[in-house]
Design a protein around this ligand. Structure first.
Ligand code: GDP
Ligand code: MG
Length: 755
């Protein structure tokens, strides 16, 4: 088997390198663990051992005892009896040192032995090598180092001595005790306020019984005081007393070989004293009652069990390298190390919850579809609470300052990630909220248009906005993290609101455009009809309007343009009224309405221009002129068709009618009002661009001569309907047409006569 036996300590040297594939087992540590070997190497497997023995989760609920004393004074034997350990014991035959370095074992009677019921939980015992260099004829180096180590870690130091050694002030034990006191001063002077006391527990072996224990105790105490007085104490501690640092307890055991039964009885009695005591000031100092418990809280070194291995190693490292061993610093270093370790441990569970969510978000961003994760809020709250709670549970046992700092570090690490998740979620909620808002408004408008009724755009926007805000707040509230200082969404809500406003105003603008388009369409159709009518009237050559209907003012060809301008401005005026009423209903601002009207006037002018252009297109206008001419030529002033006779003044009538029609061409060629003979006041009528007009508003507008200065064309040019060339061309064509009509009339007159 792979049992590490104390008599073969060299095996332990390589124990750090446990064979691959072999899990550490209890059997492997049957004899405990050699914490420090004879080469002063620290055993890296200590924490494994403590874990196997289930000490690690114990927090402060464990105890450490070290036993000191000359070689072969039955120390290991005593521990084995007291705690059921299996420390190596020298056989009666061969007298050589068995314990090398420092061994540790857990109290094996715990749980197994009914009589051990009274014993404290998780007692760890350290069996220290024959701490008596003088006897071995070696230097006192190891003695001093192991004393330091034991004091830095143990609550109770058992000093094991033969009865016959008591009172031998010059003896080896006194040298050992002097060392213990010296290193104690060295260890604890840095911060005298937090000095933990230690219990020096004298176990007097082979007590014959003739000298009562109280006498032995007094003798020992006197010797201890004398040693104390000879020590050179650090400044400020000159008057300190030995009782400031140590409590003392004494017990005497019968001869194990001569009185084996009594020995065992007394050991059993002694075992019951290894139980928890309470902090009673009256009981500190001299513990003379033979049954008092040994584990008083003030002895505890306050190293959490899960940090013990690291602490012990750090302490030993300082000792073995002859560095100043300063326990507060060691405890801070330990706290840093352990807090970092605990941080990493608790972050594992945090990662398990949080990383997949981070991945989901990243994936959403990658495919350009950041989604709101419904489970996020719960997960974040749970993960944050758990990580901080778990950290606190394990790490708060360590140095307060370090713990507080490390907790803040952990919190900030965790919060950085949670805050990112939080903000990305709000970002997703923001985006989807704005999209939904925009879509819903669009859908509601479409529905309104389908129904044909005048839907209330402003009300649609308002109600969708309320829904969008409620949804966002609901989603934001769901990801608030309790206790996190960053957990608030006021700013984000503000931004969201602003964006909704922006989208609203964009949608309103779109709605305005739609409205403008509808109104323009209406203007186009109205103008198409009414302007067409005016031009059609040209076809009747008698006074322009043919037979005037009842109540209608008789009009002439001369005021064609006046009528067109009037019908145009009246039409646009009522279009403006429609536009204004509707735009107001969806909360358009006065500026927006103003721009809309300005655009409407310009566009309407464009519509009119196009309509006029269509009317004067070659074929159309020629037809109208011909009709006009024929009307004048073929009908008399009463509207009766002429039957040409050879005697008629065909030529005279023809010339008159032709000239009358020809006179229309210059009239048609310019848009001007008859009263002023000038173009209509288009520039004043359109008005100058409103202050709030934007580039986008002007983008799709055609330039208008005389209105837009940079267009380079004058109002005259804008009002030119037919250019010189076209007029000439039209004139020529018309004359040809008229000539044709004339020839035909002439023929029919002759034909009528010959018939
Ligand atoms: P250690 O070196 O101090 O650990 O001593 P051990 O426990 O190895 O014992 C050394 C020797 O002393 C062994 O042979 C034991 O049998 C013997 N021994 C143990 N306990 C007693 C005791 O109470 N009285 C006497 N006289 N001998 C003892
Ligand atoms: Mg021993």
């Amino acid at each position: 088997s792979n049992v590490k036996h104390p008599s073969a300590p060299s095996l332990m040297m390589n124990s750090h390198f446990a064979p691959v594939g072999e899990s550490p087992s209890r059997e492997q540590y049957e004899h405990g663990i050699q914490v420090i070997d004879e080469d002063k190497q620290f055993n890296e497997n200590l924490s494994t051992y403590l874990s196997i023995e289930k000490i690690i989760p114990a927090g402060f609920n464990y105890h450490l005892i070290s036993v000191f004393g000359s070689q072969s004074t039955g120390k290991s034997t005593l521990l084995n009896y007291l705690f059921g350990t299996q420390f190596g014991v020298m056989s009666e035959q061969e007298r050589r040192q068995t314990t090398k370095g420092i061994w540790m074992s857990k109290n094996k009677r715990e749980g197994a032995d009914k009589e051990a019921k009274g014993m404290a939980e998780n007692i760890l015992v350290m069996d220290v090598e024959g701490t008596d260099g003088r006897e071995r004829g070696e230097d006192q180096d190891f003695e001093r180092k192991s004393a330091l180590f034991a004091l830095a870690t143990s609550e109770v130091l058992i000093v094991n001595i033969w009865e016959h050694q008591v009172g031998l002030y010059q003896g080896a034990n006194m040298g050992l005790l002097k060392t213990v006191f010296e290193v104690n001063l060295q260890l604890f002077i840095k911060d005298s306020k937090t000095i933990p006391k230690s219990l020096l527990f004298f176990v007097i072996r082979d007590h014959i019984g003739t000298t009562p224990l109280s006498n032995l105790r007094n003798t020992l105490l006197q010797d201890l005081s004398r040693i104390w007085s000879t020590l050179s104490k650090p400044p400020g501690l000159e008057n300190s007393r030995i009782e400031d640092y140590f409590d003392f307890a004494f017990v005497a055991l019968p001869h194990k070989v001569l009185q084996p039964e009594r020995f065992e009885q007394e050991v059993e009695k002694l075992a019951t004293r290894f139980r928890e005591g309470y902090n009673d000031p009256k009981k500190s100092g001299l513990l003379d009652e033979e049954s008092l418990p040994v584990f008083l809280p003030q002895y505890h070194r306050r190293i959490p069990a899960d940090g013990f291995a690291v602490y012990a190693e750090g302490v030993w490292d300082q000792i073995v390298n002859n560095k100043d061993l300063d326990l507060p610093t060691q405890q801070e270093l330990l706290a840093q190390f352990r807090c970092d370790e605990i941080s990493r441990e608790v972050l594992v569970a945090f990662d398990e919850t949080i990383t997949p969510l981070e991945d989901k978000q990243a994936e959403g961003v990658r495919v350009g579809k950041a989604a709101v994760l419904p489970e996020l809020g719960g997960a974040m709250n749970q993960a944050r609470a758990a990580v901080l709670r778990d950290f606190e549970t394990n790490a708060s046992r360590y140095h307060k300052g370090v713990y507080t700092r490390k907790r803040a570090e952990l919190e900030s690490k965790v919060d950085t990630r949670l805050k990112t998740l939080f903000q990305k979620q709000l970002g997703a909620a923001h985006k989807s909220g704005v999209d939904t808002f925009s879509d819903s408004v669009g859908a509601a408008v479409k529905l309104g248009q389908k129904k044909g009724a005048t839907y209330d755009f402003a009300q649609i926007v308002e109600s969708e906005k309320t829904k969008a805000l409620e949804k966002f707040e609901e989603e934001a509230k769901a990801v608030l993290v309790e206790g996190a200082p960053w957990s608030s969404y006021d700013q984000e809500l503000n931004l969201y609101q602003k964006d909704l406003e922006e989208v609203s105003s964009r949608l309103r603008k779109e709605e305005m455009r739609c409205l403008a388009t509808r109104v323009e369409r209406w203007v186009r159709s109205r103008l198409g009809e009414s302007v067409g009518l005016e031009f059609n009237r040209l076809g009747s050559g008698r006074g322009g309007s043919g037979a005037p209907e009842h109540g209608e003012k008789p009009s002439t060809e001369k005021d064609l343009w006046d009528r067109i301008w009037n019908v145009f401005t009246e039409t646009v005026e009522s279009a403006e009224q429609r536009f204004t009423d509707r735009a107001r209903s969806f909360d358009a601002s006065p500026e927006e309405v103003e721009v809309g009207l300005w655009r409407l006037r310009r566009k309407s002018w464009g519509v009119l221009s196009a309509k006029i252009e269509e009317e004067v297109m070659e074929g159309n206008i020629l037809l109208k002129l011909r009709e006009n001419f024929e009307d004048k030529f073929r009908y008399d002033e009463h509207g009766v068709p002429r039957i040409w006779r050879p005697t008629d003044d065909i030529e005279g009538i023809y010339t008159k009618a032709r000239e009358s029609t020809i006179a229309l061409i210059p009239l048609l060629s310019r848009f001007k009002l008859s009263s002023t003979s000038a173009p209509p006041p288009l520039d004043a009528w359109i008005g100058s661009p409103p202050q709030s007009v934007s580039r986008a508003d002007e983008e799709d507008l055609a330039p208008i001569g005389g209105v837009d200065e940079d267009d380079g064309r004058s109002l005259e040019e804008e009002m030119t309907v037919l250019g010189e060339v076209k007029q000439q061309d039209l004139l020529m064509r018309f004359k040809k047409t008229a000539d044709g009509v004339y020839v035909e009339a002439k023929r029919s007159a002759i034909g009528g006569m010959t018939q």
